[in-house]
Ligand binder design. Structure first.
Ligand code: AMP
Ligand code: TRP
Length: 330
């Protein structure tokens, strides 16, 4: 039987290189070999209380970026999370077996408490349960996500196992993280911080114009340069190389690595090359995005077809859950 793949990205604005390499690029490669459901997590985006007037434009731009990057609605179900309301009922049912203690211990929740102490809402606490509902509603086997989501996925596995055990059913497979090149990936920020992320404000967006993008890369934090042959690289420099390994050819990486080891590297040259190689990836996506983003009819059609397929799959799982849990019609 075909393996089932589910993944999503929150609709909090434009997609950045972390989203692309951690998630979207894998979606594109997987759609040829698996039964795929790729959605835009608009419910999940509500935890930070976006302005209602931004909600739909944010969904629209991500949908257009999915399509511009090569997600194919003929191959995958591409849908908006809130177009499949069955997920909310599945979420309710799963919540009964999700314990407050384990939710409070989740790293992302603890992180949010630190970052937004004025808005520690229940949606943040139960975020991993809604994510489990997203995944389990389609009985996924594989979930392509970046490193930061692995704990959430572990919780999904736990909820799947728990449901099966409590009800003596074999309803849910335990989904695995899908790692395309062996290890889960983490795209660093170019400001010397660990991770590229929206809330870190250090993103290179798929949609950045050439000049903006080049400027961001040229401003990447570096150091004074190596002082000893073959010395270990400090984190900021390692980050630059990590990004280069993702976007540039192995020859290019080796070239700059050799220069580094010989203490002859000029970071300006390296950054210039890096910016060029990032643009090779992002510029075509940006061009296609411009053609798609205002094509209401096309976007409407894609979202409608995607939602129909996703709803069918979700409704079936929901029916099975209800039956297993003892719901009956009069
Ligand atoms: P988010 O934007 O937090 O909804 O993330 C959507 C997807 O992108 C998830 O699969 C994340 O793991 C992935 N992602 C976000 N930032 C990064 C990053 N810096 N490196 C790798 N993957 C990332
Ligand atoms: N939590 C994910 C993130 O922030 C987004 C997401 C929501 C997701 N539901 C999902 C990812 C289901 C994979 C599967 O990146």
């Amino acid at each position: 039987m075909k393996q089932i793949v589910v993944s999503g990205i929150r609709s909090t604005g434009h997609l950045h290189l972390g989203n692309y390499y951690g998630a979207l690029r894998n979606f594109i490669q997987m759609q040829n070999d698996f039964e795929c459901y790729f959605f835009i997590a608009d419910y999940h985006s509500l935890t930070t209380h976006p302005d209602p007037k931004d909600l739909h434009p944010n969904v629209r731009s991500i949908l257009a970026e999915y399509l511009a990057s090569g997600l194919d609605p003929e191959k995958s179900s591409i849908y908006i999370q809130s177009d499949v309301p069955e997920v909310c009922e599945i979420f309710t049912l799963l919540n009964m077996h999700a314990y407050i203690g384990e939710l409070e211990r989740t790293a992302s929740f603890k992180d949010k408490i630190r970052k937004q102490p004025e808005n520690v809402n229940a949606g943040l606490l139960t975020y991993p349960v809604l994510m489990a509902a997203d995944i389990l509603q389609h009985k996924a086997n594989l979930v392509p996500v970046g490193k930061d989501q692995l704990q959430h996925l572990e919780m999904t596995r736990k909820y799947a196992r728990r449901f099966n055990t409590i009800y003596g059913a074999e309803l849910f497979p335990e989904p695995d993280a899908y790692k395309f090149h062996g290890e889960p990936i983490k795209i660093p920020g170019l400001d010397g911080s660990g991770k590229m992320g929206k809330s870190e404000g250090n993103c290179i967006y798929l949609n950045d114009e050439d000049k903006v993008l080049t400027k961001k890369v040229m401003r990447a934090v570096t150091d004074q340069g190596p002082t000893e042959m073959n010395q270990q690289k400090p984190e900021v420099i390692e980050n630059l190389f990590t990004l280069m390994k993702v976007v540039s050819t192995p020859d290019t990486v080796e070239h700059f690595n050799d220069l580094y080891n010989k203490c002859e590297i000029r970071y300006g040259d390296m950054k210039k090359q890096l910016a060029e190689d990032i643009l090779k990836v992002t510029a075509p996506i940006r061009e296609r995005y411009k053609e798609i983003v205002n094509d209401d009819e096309y976007l409407r059609r894609v979202a409608a077809i995607g939602a129909e397929k996703a709803r069918e799959s979700s409704a079936k799982t929901l029916r099975e859950m209800r039956e297993i849990m003892g719901f009956k019609k009069f």
